[in-house]
Write a protein that binds this ligand. Structure first.
Ligand code: HC1
Ligand code: SF4
Length: 570
């Protein structure tokens, strides 16, 4: 143990503790800006500087360890002046347009500048030019980048893709796409993790809210919106609502006030996905001599992009099932248009997703199988929908609970856990067991694949057939798993991959709470919703059953293939 003093307070902490953590353990707050625990501990912004007795220079608290007898001041005049100066320097290279910034009100730079009482800027501004392709789903504004390096580190360490790097020299130093590439030419998976880890508004999604407002205002259009599983566990965070209050039924109520015509649940099509993907998997197992294993899930477009760019030779091992988002869109513009007895071209299909890559997925040219334009016209992230709720001056705390519309608003507990890492696998195994044996298993029999570990494996016996499965989330974990498969070090029948750590719960389109990971708490919400759902098996979803009976006929039928499957080569 180490004994030290901070602001005159005696403290005892473990050897190796940083000054920042030691201070926090004594309830002393030291502000930070670039710091991200275990990811970015480089002291680049120098906002966390403190004074140490006997040291001529101030030291950064985030990456310096305590020593015996250390005497620290976190708020001396010297510290205050230096901290203020450092923030003023950062602001001198930052486009402070708070009134038009997506992060205003949730920006660590804005908070620290306000906290320090900086009311004027003593330095002249030198802002870099930005010529970013504004139609790309991910937007980087070089004028707002504070060079904190968080995006570089998250992309390198957590996602292993190295998309970002420092560019330029001297006062022109900035962060940009690495190796002088354009973002469109890079291998960016569009997971959006750089956005959720940016402390300011330098990274964001393309804002598509106006497209939705235009559709809502068009009397010819019938707006059909789907809400993804993981959105329900997070949408209320931006309003500071308790998780128990911020239910999906209150989100439904907000969407109805905004004016969407039909409000449906992606859980419905997650159940449909299980019917298609589960049947496809069982066919492969039956025909195992001629098949290559593992089969990979295909519902995460970040992962599909990663597979295409990093392992192009293995693309055919992806399940041919489209993602629930795209299945929903195709069903909305075919089956549901028929139910409404309207021309499919009048349906405007909107999806609310925790994800940035979904904006890319809906625009893949072949995703138009219903024959009425793109099956999904526009994707809003959870953050965009939160902004839309604010723009409409809806007070979320006053919302009453309301039901989804029918029939595409019915989803099972198996559908809702799609939003958590391991959930797709668990949902698929629940129904695969039924499809093979004709009996339902205990719905919790496959819960071994739950949890936040980046690479999980499990073995199950399905009617005498031994099945080895794996689940990974986060693309660095994914690469390790893929390499092990390639080298023959591991063998699996079925593998679920989600690009974002924790799955969609931790998606790149979710609300941001700077420096705090929310995925685990959101996954717990999703598992809780599964537990209390009357329906826990995708194959028991009555709306899915009726859709097959009245329209699609059966999983893997000709029409199911046309609307619900793809080869992932586009
Ligand atoms: Fe997901 Fe999915 S779970 S990909 O993570 O398969 O985005 O939530 O909607 O499509 O259902 C995301 C979440 C989502 C799809 C489903
Ligand atoms: Fe999108 Fe979910 Fe994949 Fe993240 S894990 S890229 S949120 S689909």
């Amino acid at each position: 143990m180490v004994n030290l003093t901070i602001n005159g307070k005696q403290i005892r902490v473990k050897e190796g503790t940083t000054i920042l953590d030691a201070a926090a353990s004594a309830g002393i707050f030291i502000p930070t800006l670039c710091y991200l625990k275990d990811i970015n501990e480089i002291g680049a912004c120098r906002v966390c500087v403190v004074e140490v007795e006997g040291c001529a220079k101030l030291v950064t608290a985030c990456n310096n360890k305590v020593w015996e007898g250390m005497d620290i001041r976190t708020n001396s005049p010297k510290v205050r002046e230096s901290r203020r100066n450092n923030v003023e320097l950062i602001l001198s290279q930052h486009d402070c347009q708070c009134a038009t910034c997506v992060r205003s009100g949730n920006c660590s730079l804005q908070t620290i500048a306000n906290d320090l009482g900086i009311l004027e800027l003593p330095f002249e501004k030198k802002l870099p030019k930005s010529n970013w392709p504004m139609d790309f789903p991910l937007i980087r504004d070089a004028k707002k980048c504070i060079k904190c390096m968080r995006c570089v580190q998250v992309c390198d360490k957590i996602q292993g893709l190295n998309i970002w790097d420092v560019a330029g020299t001297g006062s022109r130093t900035t962060v940009d796409v690495s190796r002088n590439r354009k973002i469109q030419e890079s291998d960016c998976a569009l997971c959006g993790q750089c956005i959720t880890h940016c402390p300011v508004g330098a990274l964001r999604e393309r804002d598509d809210v106006q497209k939705v407002l235009d559709a809502l205002a068009d009397p010819e259009k019938i707006t059909v919106v789907q809400v993804a599983p993981a959105v329900r566990a997070a949408w209320g965070e931006a309003f500071g609502l308790p998780r128990k209050f911020a239910t999906v039924k209150r989100l439904v109520s907000a969407l109805r006030q905004i004016g969407f015509n039909y409000i449906f649940d992606t859980n419905f099509s997650a159940d449909l996905t299980i019917m298609e993907e589960g049947s496809e998997f069982l066919e492969k197992v039956k025909n195992k001599e001629n098949e290559t294993f593992p089969m990979f899930t295909s519902c995460c477009p970040g992962w599909v992009r990663f597979m295409k760019s990093q392992y192009p030779g293995m693309v055919d091992q992806l399940s041919s099932a489209k993602s629930p988002q795209q299945m929903f869109g195709a069903v909305a513009k075919s089956y549901y248009a028929k139910l409404l007895d309207v021309d499919p071209s009048r349906i405007y299909s909107i999806s609310i997703m925790p994800c940035v890559a979904k904006k890319h997925e809906c625009a893949i040219p072949v995703m138009n199988d219903a024959g009425a334009g793109p099956d999904v016209d526009v994707v809003l992230t959870t953050r965009e929908v939160d902004r839309l709720i604010r723009a409409e001056h809806i007070i979320p705390a006053d919302l009453e609970e309301e039901e989804f519309d029918t029939p595409l608003g019915t989803g099972s507990g198996a559908g809702v856990i799609f939003g958590a890492t391991g959930g797709v696998m668990e949902a698929a195994l629940r129904s695969a067991y039924y499809l093979v044996t004709g009996r339902n298993p205990d719905p919790d029999s496959f819960s071994k694949v739950r949890g936040m570990d980046g690479w999980k494996e499990a073995e199950f016996n399905l009617a005498g057939q031994n099945l080895k499965v794996a689940v990974a989330s986060g693309l660095s974990n994914t690469r390790k798993l893929m390499e092990a498969i390639r080298k023959g070090e591991v063998q699996y029948h079925f593998v679920e991959i989600m690009a974002c750590p924790g799955g969609c719960a931790g998606g790149g389109g979710q609300p941001i709470k700077d420096g705090e990971e929310q995925a685990e708490a959101r996954c717990e919400v999703l598992y809780g919703l599964d537990k209390v759902n009357n329906l826990r098996f995708s194959h028991e979803n009555p709306s899915v059953q009726k859709c097959y009976q009245d329209y699609l006929e059966a999983p893997l039928s000709h029409l199911s293939h046309k609307l619900l499957h793809t080869d992932h080569h586009a």
